[in-house]
Design a protein around this ligand. Structure first.
Ligand SMILES: [Zn+2]
Length: 226
């Protein structure tokens, strides 16, 4: 069957769940791209804040299908600069939606999203994050500018590609990766109280997140060099 010119394509049907205050747009939702990331969405006073932008250039259509209109998106926070986490910014480019990433990963991001009009270092996001009950934590290792977002009130961690469920941790063999920094980052995270673990890929953990991080640290100690 061929589609007529001007025919409106149906909106995608994303796989969505909820964990605490966050809506989870699972990575399996994104079709037509080789790899994507989970996307986490937080609503605060009528505005939406996005954590990681997926690897799909039409992220906005996925957000629209969950009822999130572009005019309500107030900011995008990126855990790191890999294409499967940032490519969705393309769909927000024309609206100049504010985006934040560690300056150490800015160039990496720009390999995928060139000349995004409104992107700042995470240090400039602290006020907005604080309003959302969150802090950013530098966790280099997977990339130099990798960061996690932590909610002390909920003991919840958005962990990007630093640490995943079931003792997995991020690759350190890609450009800019570092075994020793990954070990330090996992040690830092293992000292925090974490219940919900919201990683960049794979399943979301709703309780006892610290156990998964301790398992990752234990594996990393056996596999990585200081
Ligand atoms: Zn990555």
């Amino acid at each position: 069957m061929t589609r007529g010119v001007g025919e409106v394509l149906p909106l995608p049907s994303p796989l969505v769940s909820r964990i605490g205050r966050f809506l989870v747009l699972h990575e399996e939702s994104f079709v037509g791209v080789s790899i994507s990331s989970n996307v986490y969405i937080l609503r605060e006073e009528g505005s939406f804040y996005i954590f990681d932008a997926s690897g799909h250039p039409s992220l906005l259509s996925y957000l629209a299908s969950t009822g999130i209109h572009r005019s309500l998106i107030a900011g995008v926070f990126l855990t790191h600069g890999h294409y499967d986490h940032v490519r969705g910014l393309e769909s927000l480019r024309e609206y100049s939606t504010k985006a934040y990433i560690s300056s150490r990963d800015m160039r990496l991001m720009e390999e995928t999203v060139r000349g995004y009009p409104s992107c700042s270092d995470l240090s400039e996001a602290s006020e907005v994050l604080s309003k959302l009950g969150l802090v950013s934590i530098p966790t280099p290792g997977h990339t130099p500018g990798s960061a996690c977002f932590y909610s002390p009130g909920e003991s919840l961690l958005i962990s990007g590609d630093t640490v995943f469920a079931d003792g997995y941790f991020g690759r350190t063999d890609l450009p800019g990766g570092s075994d020793s920094e990954m070990l330090e980052s996992l040690e830092r995270l293992s000292q925090m109280r974490i219940e919900a673990l919201l990683p960049g890929h794979g399943p979301v953990v709703s309780e006892r997140g610290s156990r998964h991080i301790l398992e990752a640290l234990s594996c990393a100690k056996g596999m990585l060099r200081r």
